[in-house]
Design a protein around this ligand. Structure first.
Ligand code: PLP
Length: 450
């Protein structure tokens, strides 16, 4: 936003929003009326509204005005003059936990109209009396196209099964193919929810060490039936699985008759680095690919996909049928419209720019870290790791929590004793202003405690 008057107006509105003088659900004056009242041009008001939209303060209902979003005000003592430097978020928290995208963008001025149109169209779908356990054929056809152009995953619709998300895809796969006590490798440190999903299915979860380049293939334990990995952006350390390791992993899978499960949860977002092709594209015979809308749209949507060879898909579909598990039609239709009309691609491109700005703010905030502290995993995804001595990480996360900033710690991603320590900082959920504020608090705490 270039106009100083728009910035002033946005600042004043922000203060009113933070202090609760404008309440959730309240309708704001139209840009025309407010411009007349204030004696400014309508562009000034529109720009201010657009900025507040982008920050998630307000939302628009198509054709029926602009409303205050459901964001709780923070106590007035945390509000500065222009309201721009303090935390907001639900319940007054700044959320720097990993795993959350910027869902305010769904109702923002750039994507909101497409998002609402997709749901309107989806609502016209006839109820499906006997839903296909593989998911809607139309969505699967759209996904074939989307995956080819966005991730180099070549497949046909018979190899695609719609799921409730990446974690659900993993669980379905294991339930359909494995038996109790089968050994399944999981990255260590790794994605806790995947580990929990596997344990709940009764398989034997075997930790597989990772380093800055992702999964250490040379050290893979024996007799694994399957290994679960996040090659595009290792969760949580953030490494990208190098090309030699990709080849070694696929060769290992062939040698041992094992499957590689590729969780491609946030690969749409990468910065300053060329995309690495999905593992699946290199050897579809041994890779099961898992994708999700949890990062590109919202985790609340519960639409993801699994791509595997036809036999595996048939077994998973049979299992789903047996346990009467289905994806509802309407969300699948909404995702299909977003893909078919190019809206999802456009949204991802816009969000890539948006997250790149936030990621730059994080990198800038932590530029002064001195060894052994270091920033890791910032070339992709929506989170970074600030590697720190264990005690310092715990203290800083605790002290930040007391001051309203939630941030994760690395120890939570280990099944066994942690071998690295630090903060896991997600930059998807907080506005740029909140993110800067949260990072400034963290760096101040680091100086004070370090
Ligand atoms: C490693 C990893 N995989 C997958 C997901 C998303 O999973 P789902 O699609 O089940 O919501 C996340 C979300 O934070 C994640 O961190």
């Amino acid at each position: 936003m270039g106009h100083p008057l728009s910035e002033q107006l946005a600042g004043q509105l922000r203060t009113a929003l933070r202090q609760g003088r404008l309440r959730a659900g309240e309708r704001l004056a139209s840009s025309r009326d407010l411009a007349v009242t204030l004696g400014v041009s309508r562009t000034v008001v529109t720009e201010a509204y657009q900025q507040l939209f982008a920050e998630g303060w307000i939302r628009g209902r198509h054709g029926s005005g602009t409303y205050v979003a459901d964001v709780a005000p923070v106590p007035p003592d945390r509000v500065t003059a222009d309201g721009a430097e303090v935390s907001h978020g639900r319940g007054g928290w700044v959320n720097l936990l990993p795993g959350y995208p910027w869902t305010a963008a769904l109702q923002g001025s750039a994507f909101g109209p497409a998002w609402r149109r997709a749901w309107r169209l989806a609502a016209q779908a006839d109820p499906e009396p006997d839903p296909n356990p593989r998911g809607s054929p139309a969505l699967r056809a759209a996904l074939v196209d989307y995956l080819r152009r966005s991730r180099g995953v070549g497949c046909h619709a018979g190899q695609v099964l719609v799921t409730h998300g990446a974690t659900h895809g993993l669980r379905l796969l294991v339930e359909a193919l494995l038996r109790r006590g089968d050994r399944v490798g999981v990255e260590e440190p790794g994605y806790t929810r995947a580990r929990l999903a596997l344990s709940a299915s009764g398989v034997d979860v075997v930790p597989c060490p990772v380093d800055a380049n992702g999964l250490i293939v040379d050290g893979l334990p024996g007799e694994l039936r399957l290994v679960y990995t996040t090659p595009a952006h290792q969760f949580p350390l953030g490494g990208r699985l190098s090309v030699p390791r990709r080849q070694a992993l696929l060769a290992w899978a062939r040698r041992h008759g094992a499957l590689v499960v590729e969780d491609d949860y946030d690969s749409e977002f990468r910065y300053d680095v060329a995309p690495l092709p999905a593992l699946h594209g290199l050897d579809p015979g041994v890779v099961v690919y898992l994708g999700t809308t949890a990062k590109t749209l919202t985790p609340d949507l519960r639409v993801g996909w699994l791509v595997a060879d036809e036999d595996i898909v048939a077994r998973v579909a049979q299992h789903r049928n047996d346990v009467v598990d289905r994806n509802p039609t309407v969300p699948q239709e909404a995702v299909r419209f977003l893909i078919e009309r190019g809206d999802l691609d456009r949204h991802v491109r816009r969000m890539r720019h948006e997250y790149a700005r936030r990621r730059a703010a994080v990198v800038e905030a932590f530029a002064g870290l001195e060894p052994p502290a270091a920033l890791r995993g910032d070339t992709a995804g929506l989170h970074v790791v600030v590697e720190l001595p264990a005690e310092l990480a715990t203290e800083v996360a605790g002290a930040a929590g007391e001051r309203g900033v939630r941030v994760g710690t690395l120890d939570r991603s280990y099944a066994g004793p942690p071998t690295r320590s630090g903060l896991v900082l997600g930059y998807g959920a907080a506005s740029l202003a909140d993110l800067r504020w949260g990072c400034a608090l963290l760096t101040r705490l680091l100086v004070a405690d370090g």
